[in-house]
Design a protein. Sequence first.
Length: 65
Amino acid sequence: MNHWQKSSFSGSSNECVEVRTMDGMVEVRESDTGEVVVRTTPRKFALFLEGVRAGEFDHHGDFSA
């Protein structure tokens, strides 16, 4: 896969995070600033997703405080 994929939760919004696999690496970018790309290994990305699923990073999304 080398096309950018965004979450179905984003709907038609252009303000989302996109992911793709390129040359054996996982690349992540924000759709509205596509020139900035973070690259990581599939294993590190899988561990990150595991943390997301477990709620480990939920406090970063709470801006009510």
